[in-house]
Design a protein around this ligand. Structure first.
Ligand code: ZN
Ligand code: ZN
Length: 142
């Protein structure tokens, strides 16, 4: 697993560092965490890593395309390492829980707009909003 992360870093010409490996490993276990939660995760494994380092690593990995940053309206930015497939997300309005949603339409997903207004579309981002099962259960009358 570790060598897989090293290969990914090398593939985008990023130096292999312990904080970068730690962030990639944490994202695999905890997709869709925000930067604060990521800092807690990384520092639990290695308290010598500073908060600023974690933020810098997230930035560098996002710029390099190894990490995808998603920012649902009104929520803090979340990060995930599942980058290659343009999947979508379902977001809970109450607690902010996020889950992955595969594209409904096979490959080159969801890129066929009903009217592209002459734009060349290369990415589509869909956010489904609602209540997660826990929040829906809380709200239903007993
Ligand atoms: Zn919820
Ligand atoms: Zn995702």
């Amino acid at each position: 697993m570790r060598s897989d992360f090293e290969a990914r870093l090398r593939a985008v010409s990023l130096r292999v560092t312990r904080p970068r490996l730690a962030v990639l490993a944490a994202l695999r276990e905890h997709p869709h965490v925000d930067a604060e939660a990521m800092t807690t995760l990384v520092r639990a494994g290695d308290p010598t890593v500073s908060r600023q380092t974690v933020y810098d690593v997230l930035h560098a990995l996002t710029d390099a395309g190894l990490v995808r940053r998603i920012q649902p309206a009104g929520a803090t930015a979340r990060y995930e390492s599942r980058v290659a497939d343009n999947h979508h997300h379902v977001v809970c309005r109450s607690c902010g829980a996020i889950a992955d949603v595969d594209c409904a339409v096979g490959h080159a997903p969801c890129l066929t707009a009903s009217d592209n207004h002459g734009f060349v579309v290369d990415e589509a981002e869909v956010v489904y909003w609602g209540s997660c099962p826990d929040c829906a259960a809380d709200r239903s009358p007993q």
